[in-house]
Design a protein around this ligand. Sequence first.
Ligand code: GTP
Ligand code: MG
Length: 213
Amino acid sequence: MTTFASMQILEANYLTSSPTFDKCPEPDRAEVAFIGRSNVGKSSLINMLCNNSKLAKTSVNPGKTQLINHFEIKYSIDQRSKKRRQEYFVDLPGYGFAKVSQRDRRRWEQMIENYIRKRENLVNLFVLVDSRHSPQKIDLDFINKLGLWQTPFSIVFTKADKNKPRATEKNVNLFLEGLQKTWEKPPVFFVSSALTQEGKQDILNYVAQLVYP
Ligand code: GTP
Ligand code: MG
């Protein structure tokens, strides 16, 4: 029997920023992380999910988030019991930021690879993809690397409010087609907007169901 988990966030607080995987908080609860190209809307999505526009710092300038940022999330998944559960949401720096040196880029890649491969409580990585663009090699390459690392992930197509629905649908389908070359099964995916809150409850319920299947 499948039960439907409806996640309600009760409280969300910034906890800490870490320069490397081994400086992250104790892995004593489940954690989901958000990654994707610089400026794709990672911090905005976390804020939208948590009902707090000031939680994660957002910026019109790419490259705002540079560390591994942990947020403590208190939530319930059953409106009747209101039992408070805890989880971490993690805001990661974006990739593909043009204005960094080769050395900084390599440092970033190493930091992210270590975090993704070694963080034992990471239950899902949300890879954010800008729904306004046709498939970008940098996103497909990143997702293919996750296959190599056997990292559980799902995709969130962001900024849907900026397109006509048909354009979003077209870009999503093209992206999924791009993945078909290397993946047998299509990934779980969501379409979202930090502006209209599209996708919010579906993403939250998915998170709850990952931890309490
Ligand atoms: P870095 O930390 O620099 O990698 O960026 P990020 O991926 O965290 O992006 P951020 O959330 O800072 O958003 C970048 C810009 O896009 C900001 O100006 C946001 O207001 C805007 N933005 C993010 N999500 C949406 C969305 O769903 N709709 C619209 N219209 N704008 C968005
Ligand atoms: Mg950010």
